[in-house]
Design a protein around this ligand. Structure first.
Ligand SMILES: Nc1ncnc2c1ncn2[C@@H]1O[C@H](COP(=O)(O)OP(=O)(O)OP(=O)(O)O)[C@@H](O)[C@H]1O
Ligand SMILES: [Mg+2]
Length: 314
C-alpha cells in the first residue's frame, strides 16, 4: 500500500509516514517531528479483551484524536498541555514533508510538544469498576489500602480516588500506592499531579454527565517539557483511556455496558460462549454489522460530548 493511496476518511489500520517512528502502540503511532515535537497518529485499530482486532473501525482514530483536542482546548485554563494542533492543514504547514500524506493525517493526527513522561500513570476513579472493583471485592482494598466497607460494583466514589499505576511495557499496568509513587518521583510532584488529575477529571466528569455519558474512570499522563514546564500529555478522557458508560440505565451493584465497545464485546463474548473463539490471538473476523455498530458508537460519543458531528470538526 503506498501511503498516498489512502483516501481521506478511509479506514486506516496502520499509518506509514516519512518520519522516524518512535513507537507503535495498540492503537496509536508516535512519530518524531523534531527535538521539541512529536506527531501522535490514532489509527482505526480497536482492541477488546487486550487483543487487537484485524478490522479497522471507520472514524475511530479521528474520534479519539478530536475528543482529546476538545478536552485540551476546553481545559486549557485548568491545565497546560502538550497540544499544538489536530488540524491536518496546520500540521502540513509546519511539517511540509507530510504534504503528500494528508489523507493519513485527516482528523487523526495531533502535533504535540515533546516531553519526558512521568513514569506513573495518573488514574482517577469516580466509580468502582475494573481492576479496582476486582481487588476491592477480594480484599476490601485498592492498591493495598483499605476503602470504605460495603461498596458495590459501579458505585460512585465521592470524592474520586487518585490511583496511580506503573506503565508496564507489556501486559497489565500495576496499581500502586500514592506512597510508592511519592517515593519515586517525590511527594511534591505527586501532590501536584494528584491535584491536577482531580481538577481535570472533575471538569470532565461534570461536562460528560450533563451530556449523558458517565466517565467512570480515566488515565492521565504528564510530562516535563525542555523548558521545565509540567504538561498534560498523551490522550485525554477518550473512550480508549477511560471507561465511558451510558448515563441512561446506570445502576450500581452490577457491571455497566461500555458506551463504545459493547457491540464488539457482546459479539466476542457470544463466540466464547459458543466455543468458536478461545479469547486469545489470533482474533476472529468481525462481521460488517459489528464493525459498523462500533463505529457508530464512537461517532455518537463524539457527538454527545462535543455537541457537534465529527464531520464539522476535523
Ligand atoms: N507529549 C509527549 N511527550 C512524550 N511522550 C508522549 C507524549 N504524549 C504521549 N506520549 C507517549 O506516547 C506513547 C503512546 O503510546 P501507547 O503505547 O500508549 O499507544 P497506545 O496505542 O495508546 O497503546 P495502548 O493501548 O497499549 O496504551 C505513550 O508511551 C506516551 O507516554
Ligand atoms: Mg496508551
Amino acid at each position: 500500500m503506498s501511503a498516498s493511496s489512502v483516501r481521506a476518511g478511509q479506514p486506516l489500520r496502520e499509518s506509514r509516514l516519512p518520519l522516524p517512528l518512535l513507537r507503535r502502540g495498540k492503537v496509536r503511532e508516535v512519530y518524531e517531528v523534531d527535538e521539541a515535537h512529536l506527531l501522535l497518529v490514532a489509527s482505526d485499530r480497536v482492541s477488546a479483551f487486550d487483543i487487537v482486532m484485524r478490522e479497522p473501525i471507520p472514524r475511530k482514530g479521528a474520534v479519539l484524536t478530536q475528543v482529546s483536542a476538545f478536552w485540551f482546548e476546553r481545559l486549557k485554563s485548568t491545565v497546560a498541555s502538550h497540544f499544538v494542533t489536530a488540524r491536518a492543514e496546520e500540521i502540513v504547514a509546519r511539517v511540509p514533508g507530510l504534504a503528500s500524506h494528508r489523507d493519513q493525517l485527516a482528523g487523526r493526527a495531533m502535533l504535540v510538544r515533546r516531553t519526558t513522561p512521568v513514569a506513573f500513570e495518573c488514574v482517577v476513579r469516580g466509580y468502582l469498576s475494573g481492576s479496582a472493583w476486582a481487588e476491592y471485592r477480594r480484599a476490601g482494598t485498592l492498591a493495598g489500602e483499605p476503602l470504605a466497607a460495603g461498596l458495590r460494583e459501579s458505585d460512585r466514589l465521592d470524592p474520586p480516588l487518585f490511583s496511580p499505576a506503573t506503565k508496564a511495557e507489556s501486559g497489565h499496568d500495576e496499581n500502586v500506592t500514592v506512597e510508592r509513587m511519592a517515593s519515586v518521583v517525590g511527594a511534591e510532584l505527586t501532590a501536584r499531579l494528584r491535584d491536577l488529575s482531580f481538577a481535570v477529571y472533575s471538569a470532565g466528569r461534570d461536562h460528560a454527565a450533563s451530556r449523558g455519558i458517565i466517565i467512570a474512570d480515566t488515565k492521565f499522563e504528564f510530562g516535563t517539557a525542555a523548558d521545565g514546564s509540567l504538561l498534560l500529555i498523551d490522550e485525554v478522557m477518550t473512550p480508549d483511556s477511560s471507561r465511558f458508560w451510558p448515563a441512561d440505565g446506570y445502576a450500581s451493584g452490577r457491571s455497566q455496558p461500555s458506551f463504545d465497545k459493547q457491540p464488539l464485546r457482546d459479539y466476542l463474548a457470544g463466540l466464547r460462549t459458543e466455543g468458536t473463539w478461545n479469547g486469545e490471538a489470533p482474533p476472529p473476523a468481525l462481521p460488517a454489522d459489528v464493525v459498523d455498530a462500533t463505529s457508530q458508537r464512537y461517532l455518537e460519543a463524539y457527538r454527545l460530548l462535543t455537541g457537534r458531528a465529527l464531520e464539522d470538526a476535523a
